[in-house]
Unconditional design. Structure first.
Length: 365
């Protein structure tokens, strides 16, 4: 079993600008026979790669402690851009750790051959020029080299950047198959929810403060949690299978909301304690001749874009429009409420009235 523990870890490249603050979590392989993959996610600049470098021992915490069990696990690191030795042949690159003293006795011939065959690298290893390899071949070769020592801790920093979608799919399916056969703890940094859905068992999501610094709170959960009940609005936007509509609303009471003026400025707005983010998918919007007034703002064969009278922009399904620009809408269906900082998620059902002044309000059921 491999365990990675972050205990109140903070890190900054300068004393006045911390990248990570008070990160505390423990992840581990919970099966002696198979690996465990944790996707590290968050917006650009949130500290994903820095967290990975701390786990790799390439950076030391400003405060706190990073520890592992075993104390000195076999680590392999796969960076964003494949690092191959251009003066060596593909097979010499792949078997590089076989002759490195720090990995003495760690190179595993059986594992090497299994991964080589799974990643379809037999022909690649017969070539003589690393420079002639494609991006996908170079990444697969890097992975073969990394896994050849059966690492207890495998760290991957956006390893599929720049590869075509079909290559990513094939790569991730094969990687997942490999990890089902050996007990490796994997930290996999990615921007893309599609990659997390294909490879990860769970997700650690990093949020920033409004000031641009990393929040001390890290969101952690299963992939299913992030798809069905995302704990933060930022993650909900990322993992939604359809464009997510977001309105800033004022709570009038426990069951009644009112959309605030120019709710479309939600991304820059600092919400008051009585205000919440209301997030819902296009299928919650029902066009008709009664309800909230809207103006058509364009459409595609899949989605239609509309603007409310207060300037809020919404997306609904074009199939519901029937070729006619909607003049009014009602809301009915499932939604999520998030607090002023985009946290503290609450799943609710909402509806709006169809007639009179009450149609300006949104009700929770």
């Amino acid at each position: 079993m491999t365990i990675l523990n972050f205990d109140q870890v903070s890190f900054g490249y300068s004393p006045n600008k911390m990248v990570i603050e008070n990160a505390t979590f423990t992840i581990e392989t919970n099966d002696k026979e198979r690996g465990h993959v944790v996707a590290i996610m968050g917006s650009s600049g949130s500290g994903k790669s820095t967290l990975l470098r701390l786990a790799a021992g390439l950076e030391r915490p400003t405060q706190g402690r990073v520890s592992t069990e075993p104390v000195h696990p076999v680590r392999s690191y796969v960076p964003q851009d494949s690092v191959l030795f251009e003066h060596l042949t593909p097979v010499e690159n792949a078997r590089y750790f076989e002759n490195i003293s720090a990995y003495k006795g760690k190179f595993n011939k059986q594992s090497f051959e299994e991964v080589r065959d799974t990643l379809d690298l037999i022909k690649v290893l017969r070539t003589s020029d690393v420079g002639a390899l494609s991006g996908g071949e170079r990444q697969r070769l890097s992975l073969l080299r990394a896994i050849s020592v059966r690492p207890e801790l495998l760290l991957m920093d956006e390893p599929l950047t720049g590869l075509d979608a079909h290559i990513k799919l094939d790569f991730l399916q094969k990687l997942r198959w490999i990890l089902l056969r050996q007990p490796t703890l994997v930290l996999y940094v990615t921007h893309h929810p599609s990659e997390a859905l294909l490879i990860a068992d769970e997700i650690v999501y990093i949020l920033k403060h409004e000031s641009g610094r990393l929040a001390s709170h890290l969101i952690r959960g299963s992939v299913k949690d992030f798809v069905e009940r995302p704990a933060a609005l930022e993650a909900a936007r990322l993992f939604s299978d359809a464009p997510l509509n977001v309105l800033v609303c004022r709570r009038l009471d426990s069951k009644t909301l009112e959309v605030v003026p120019d709710s479309s400025a939600a991304n820059e707005k600092v919400l008051k304690s009585t205000e919440v983010y209301l997030a819902f998918k296009p299928d919650v919007i029902h066009p008709g001749t009664t309800g909230l007034p809207v103006v058509n703002a364009g459409n595609t064969p899949i989605y239609t874009y509309i603007t409310m009278t207060n300037g809020s922009r919404l997306t609904l399904e074009t199939d519901k429009v029937n070729g006619t620009a909607p003049s009014k809408i009602t809301l009915k269906g499932q939604a999520f409420l998030y607090g002023p900082h985009g946290m503290d998620m609450e799943a609710v059902n909402i509806f709006s009235q169809t007639e009179g002044s009450e149609c300006q309000k949104i009700y929770l059921s």
